[in-house]
Design a protein around this ligand. Structure first.
Ligand SMILES: O=C(O)CCC(=O)C(=O)O
Length: 283
């Protein structure tokens, strides 16, 4: 018999009603250690003297360049907006200056690849109704102490659109995520209102097709989780995270998955692959 879905009916019910689900102890302490160690090695090897690309969800149009587009199939490094002083020099060591590394760690690095294609992800995705899921992007997000940038309210289907929409976010806490160090926040049930807008790539660059609605911060709930917990995020769920002004980092590894069966990848998404991603499969 092939691999079966591992979510029970209570978990599925919670996910369908709230638009997210926390799976505690999804990753073992050893798995977390090896992902973090590998990232330390990648950071050591990264030579930041030649270029600096900044990641900002507030200024996404201005900070999107070829380096960003090519990151879809590479391991690319993006700085925190507040990493630099007025002269363009880093205010803190390199490893405390990076906002995120993306977007193909799951393909390009053997440690991240092996973890991202493990059967527990496939089983989870089968539970959610996926037929032929692919990881379409991965991000190691640092939420650095003191300067970790905010992620403004959004829906993941805006950025990784299929018709019909099939994106799910799989967000793994590599450190405890708290209100103080910038945990995720979401509007429970907001996925039921459908997709609000899309992030389009065309010959002029990238833009949203509609302005963002204004959200009432009172509607958001914090999703505080322990290291090792996986937060499963419906593609239409409105979620965000605030700046990290605390002295404690909040590392996370995030995968975004779409289906490749029964839906069509939109050609005007920001990700334009030269080589199609391989679907997850059971070994
Ligand atoms: O890690 C964060 O702060 C936000 C991540 C997020 O919103 C996402 O992965 O969709």
């Amino acid at each position: 018999m092939g691999i079966v879905g591992n979510l029970n009916s209570n978990q599925l019910q919670f996910f369908n009603s709230e638009g997210y689900l926390v799976l505690e102890s999804f990753a073992s302490p050893d798995e977390i250690k090896s992902l973090r160690l590998k990232m330390e090695q990648l950071l050591d090897q990264f030579d930041c003297s030649s270029r600096a690309s900044i990641f900002s969800t507030r200024n996404q149009q201005q900070t999107t360049d070829d380096y960003f587009f090519e990151s879809a199939e590479n391991i690319s490094f993006f700085f925190e907006e507040k990493a630099f002083d007025d002269n363009g020099n880093l205010k803190q060591p390199k490893k405390l200056s990076i906002n995120k590394v993306g977007h193909a760690l799951h393909e390009r690095d053997p440690i991240f690849k092996s973890f991202s294609s493990s059967e527990k992800f496939l089983s989870l995705l089968y539970s959610l109704g996926y037929r032929k899921p692919v990881v379409i992007q991965s991000m190691y997000i640092f939420k650095q102490p003191g300067i970790g940038g905010e992620v403004v309210p959004h829906q993941d289907n805006s950025f990784l659109y299929t018709n019909p929409p099939t994106c799910t976010g799989l967000w793994l806490a590599l450190e405890d995520a708290t209100i103080t160090n910038g945990c995720l926040w979401a509007i429970p049930g907001s996925h039921k209102d459908g997709l609000v807008r899309r992030f389009i790539r065309d010959e002029t660059g990238v833009h949203f097709d509609k302005p963002s609605p204004s959200y009432d911060q009172k509607d958001f709930v914090p999703i505080e989780v322990k290291a090792g917990s996986l937060v499963v995020i419906h593609g239409d769920l409105i979620h965000q995270s605030f700046e990290n002004k605390s002295p404690t980092s909040r590392h996370a590894y995030s995968l975004h998955v779409v289906d490749t069966d029964g839906c069509k990848w939109a050609d005007d998404n920001w990700i334009r692959r030269k080589v199609d991603p391989e679907p997850l499969y059971s070994s």
